[in-house]
Design a protein around this ligand. Structure first.
Ligand SMILES: [Zn+2]
Length: 67
């Protein structure tokens, strides 16, 4: 999964993160990627926080789509 910004021809930084579903609380191991110049910037951290705040696991996402 890519978050943030990846410039053209830029190397990607891969990192892993435990994410919790905001609906059922299930822990999901996330494998994320972002652009090298974006990684660890303030924007990056803000976006990561936002991503975690809105994260739904696959099951909850499907459920939401069906409702
Ligand atoms: Zn869930």
């Amino acid at each position: 999964m890519i978050i943030g910004r990846v410039l053209e021809n830029e190397k990607k930084v891969k990192f892993e993160l435990d994410i919790f579903c905001t609906n059922c609380g299930k822990k999901v191991p996330g494998r994320l990627q972002t652009g090298e110049s974006y990684y660890q910037t303030q924007e990056f951290h803000a976006e990561l926080e936002d991503f975690k705040k809105n994260y739904l696991c696959g099951v909850c996402r499907d459920k939401k789509r069906r409702d």
